[in-house]
Ligand binder design. Structure first.
Ligand code: PEP
Ligand code: MG
Length: 597
């Protein structure tokens, strides 16, 4: 749980989950959630009444200016006969009775201006909704429109084009949806801080991929901070400091410098092999969400793409769907950019905590609902379009198809039958594709893990998705900060399941790899290698660090350590043992690695 305490007279500290390392100091850009502006009830003192009323007047004035500008534009572009549309809005902003009522509300109930606006306008909307005259009834939406504008102004919320920020900002929001993150100008985003979210929420994953400091699960940061405030985000400790004093800012600026220096030292070069001291070669591939990341693969020394999260193509465009040609160009680019090492295209994993298709929203329990392959099998047209695009692109290089969230063998067979059908149709039309394109399943559901031996007989490879596997194995929502302490990658049940999967794959002689976030953490990555995983797929920016960890260990010793770890009773015991043993076994790397406390 996030907790707050005061460190000095002005610095307010909040504690959340350290989702992406590094320190950021800067000014806040607070985003609203799902297009609605945030506002809160704040009780005020008698001395603050005047200030609140002044804020109210200023907000009305600003709203009038904005409305007049919009009206002028309407008049210019559509002609004067359409500019009347905003007359009602302007009348409301000039309504003296409304202003008096709002002032009285603030004075008598001692509440903030936002709350007064919301309460009074809610009552007005309610009254309009009950009148018979349709014209008058429609006035209710005018009131909502003006109210939204007023609340936006009062909460310090300007209208931003997120892709064109003109200053560096720390983005603060209730939750940051993948679509919002993708829209942001990454060169300008210094850090993230969110009320919601767990370590494997997509915002956290993207923040780590971009090496942007992030703290999630703060519960109330949006309530305590406004756009323009200064804030410090410490993604290493999970601390946020609101409105810090100068000495605190200086202290963190120093820490930031040290962090940057530390990050700069212990990383392996792209040319150095990911090989343990006793000569075992580990393959480090990239997890890719955004096509802009392709350029960074060579920079970080990735051996191809182990997971392309294709659903990110949908960002910023639902309900419009990406067409076959558009997808084909993206997949062909991935095939060409990854050469011999190739790329695994995971078919759309929509639903769950991600985006979903129109008409499929609102499930009571989306993580257990129509998600990933289940949705693809239901929306078969969309699935087929994607398969055609992947197959066409497979003629440009080495692509593989990965099926997410498979839970039954019949589901796999159904998906394979559709793939075969699409292949036949393409062959009939003389379209070239890789007839031998490898097909794999993601092992993310405990039922699939238990059946791994049978799955292994029907696929070309297995790919363990630990983000979901841990969520479903331990019954812990991966994005829920209230149970984040129970989301334990080192839970002996997780280790035992992975060990079981490695053995099943080995006896079926089918390659097995792993692409969850566990691979991005040096300690977890070593555990996975000790369990027998030889191919890891992770955020490209984390590859040099993990490679350095790999190069610092002797696999034979790590293996016996992990064998013992699997017999322990809890994640805490495993962590304790690793914290004791790894610095002894691999002092060059782990003696310097920060303990989790
Ligand atoms: C996983 O579940 O581990 C995985 C890699 O898929 P995602 O995080 O996209 O659900
Ligand atoms: Mg997954």
């Amino acid at each position: 749980m996030a907790s707050s305490k005061t460190t000095r007279s002005r610095d307010v500290k909040l504690l959340g989950l350290a989702a992406s390392g590094g320190v950021a100091v800067g000014r806040v850009l607070r985003l609203d959630e799902h297009g609605r502006y945030q506002f809160y009830y704040i009780g005020i003192t008698a001395g603050q009444v005047r200030n609140e009323i002044t804020r109210l007047h200023q907000a009305f004035k600003e709203a009038r200016v904005q409305m007049e500008e919009i009206q002028d534009r309407l008049a210019r572009e559509l002609g004067y006969k359409h500019s009347y549309i905003l007359d009602a809005h302007l009348l409301m902003l000039e309504d003296k009775r409304l202003m008096t009522e709002l002032e009285q509300e603030i004075r008598s109930r001692r509440i903030n201006a936002e709350w007064a606006v919301r309460d009074v306008t809610d009552r007005a909307v309610e009254a309009y909704r009950h009148v018979h005259d349709q014209y008058l009834r429609e006035r209710a939406s005018d009131i909502e429109d003006v109210t939204t504008r007023l609340l936006a102004i009062l909460s310090g919320h300007a209208k931003f084009d997120l892709s064109k920020l003109d200053e560096d900002v720390i983005v603060v929001a209730c939750d940051i949806w993948p679509s919002t993150v993708a829209e942001l100008d990454f060169n300008r985003v210094l850090g993230f801080a969110t009320d919601a979210g767990g370590m494997t929420s997509h915002a956290a994953i993207i923040a780590r991929a971009l090496r942007i400091p992030a703290v999630v699960g703060l519960h109330e940061v949006t309530r305590l901070i406004r756009t323009g405030d200064t804030i410090i985000v410490d993604g290493g400790t999970g601390e946020i400091i609101l409105r810090p004093t100068r000495p605190v800012i200086r202290q963190y600026a120093e820490k930031r410098k040290r962090d940057v220096a530390r990050l700069a030292i212990p990383i392996a070069q792209p040319s150095e092999p990911a090989e343990t001291i006793d000569g075992v070669r580990i393959r480090l591939r990239a997890n890719v969400e955004l096509s802009t990341e392709i350029e960074s693969l060579a920079l970080f020394g990735a051996e191809g793409i182990g997971l392309y999260r294709s659903e990110y193509i949908f960002l910023n465009r639902l309900p419009e769907l990406p067409g076959e040609d558009e997808q084909y160009l993206i997949y062909a680019r991935l095939a060409e950019a990854t050469g011999e090492a190739g790329a695994s295209i995971r078919v759309f994993d929509l639903g769950g905590d991600k985006l979903t298709l129109e008409g499929y929203k609102e499930e009571q329990n989306p993580a257990l609902g129509l998600r990933a392959i289940r949705l693809s099998l239901k929306a078969e047209d969309i699935f087929r379009t994607q398969l055609r695009a992947i197959l066409r692109a497979s003629s440009h290089g080495r692509l593989r198809i990965v099926l997410p969230l498979i839970s039954t063998i019949p589901e796999l067979r159904q998906a394979r039958a559709i793939i075969d059908l699409v292949k036949r149709e393409m062959a009939d039309r003389g379209i070239v594709y890789d007839a031998e394109i490898p097909i794999g399943v993601m092992i993310e559901v405990p039922a699939a893990a238990m059946m791994a031996d049978l799955f292994a007989r029907e696929v070309d490879f297995l790919s363990i998705g630990t983000n979901d596997l841990i969520q479903y194995l331990l019954a812990v929502d991966r994005a829920n900060e209230n149970v984040a302490h129970l989301y334990q990658p080192l839970h002996p049940a997780v280790l035992r399941t992975i060990s079981f999967l490695v053995r099943a794959a080995k006896s079926a002689r089918v390659p097995i790899e792993l692409c969850g976030e566990m691979a991005s953490d040096p300690i977890h990555a070593i555990v996975l290698i000790g369990l027998g995983i030889r191919t890891l797929s992770l955020a490209p920016a984390s590859i040099p660090l993990i490679k350095n960890a790999v190069r610092s260990i002797e696999l034979a010793r790590v293996r016996s350590l992990i064998k013992d770890a699997m017999k322990l009773a809890s994640a805490a015991e495993v962590e304790e043992m690793l914290a004791r043993e790894l610095p002894r076994q691999a002092p060059r790397f782990f003696a310097a690695w920060p303990s989790r406390g």
